[in-house]
Design a protein around this ligand. Structure first.
Ligand SMILES: C[S@@+](CC[C@H](N)C(=O)[O-])C[C@H]1O[C@@H](n2cnc3c(N)ncnc32)[C@H](O)[C@@H]1O
Length: 210
């Protein structure tokens, strides 16, 4: 039985969150199903879960609510990889701005071209290029646990602090990779954290202002 894929080294032994992956390109393709429609997403070496849609990401996408009721603002996929979350958000919410952010240049290029081919509107940015005045209604993320706790906390604090009043974040974290302690930490920072679902060891956390 496959374990959490965050534990798998990426091909070539390089971390997937490298800014410019050195692993030689070897494109692949994985199907992404969104409410009955299938998009073939191009993946590559040096990006997260290039062999299949990450099972944690799949659990997250399957429990996400429709965001119609949220205040005005963008839906942001923090750590977009080749784009399964961002493209799902764009397909489900054509009226909203969808923003995808990643440190990994190869991931950003794949996400942008996958969105283009699927005819979905996704604004892809490097972290430093995100407009300062972006209003964020929702953060949806399979966050980069392997960057380490300090960097992860800084990343989440940065994005959660940008949520508008009434906005929310949806996160997937495997129980063996610290879902419980992350939920505790978020609570200590003053966020309301709801454990919405637990499946195959993945925990889905809904995070809101208290
Ligand atoms: C667990 S992967 C999820 C990828 C994709 N969302 C998916 O579900 O397949 C986390 C992603 O976060 C990216 N990442 C790491 N540090 C980051 C940062 N500081 N800002 C934005 N993205 C980051 C990694 O490059 C990686 O693509």
């Amino acid at each position: 039985m496959p374990g959490p894929s965050e534990n798998d080294p990426s091909p070539g032994g390089e971390q997937y969150f490298t800014a410019s992956p050195g692993a030689a390109s070897r494109p692949g393709s994985v199907p992404l199903t969104v409410d009955g429609a299938t998009f073939d997403l191009t993946t590559d070496r040096g990006v997260f879960s290039g062999e299949r849609i990450d099972p944690g990401t799949r659990v997250l996408l399957d429990v996400l609510p429709h965001f119609d009721g949220l205040p005005e603002g963008a839906l942001v996929d923090v750590g977009c990889g080749y784009g399964p979350i961002a493209l799902t958000l764009a397909a489900r919410h054509p009226g909203r701005q969808v923003v995808a952010v990643d440190v990994n240049e190869r991931a950003r290029e794949l996400c942008a071209s996958n969105a283009r081919l699927a005819r979905l509107a996704v604004d892809v940015h490097a972290p430093d290029d995100v407009p300062d005045d972006l209003r964020v209604a929702a953060v949806v993320s399979n966050p980069p646990i392997r960057v380490g706790k300090a960097v992860l906390h800084e990343l989440l604090a940065f994005w959660l602090d940008r949520l508008v009043d009434g906005g929310e974040a949806w996160l997937v974290v495997h129980q063996h990779l610290g879902a419980g302690s992350l939920a505790d930490w978020l609570g200590e920072q003053g966020w309301a954290v709801e454990k919405v679902k637990s499946k195959k060891g993945y925990r889905i956390l809904r995070v809101r202002h208290t």
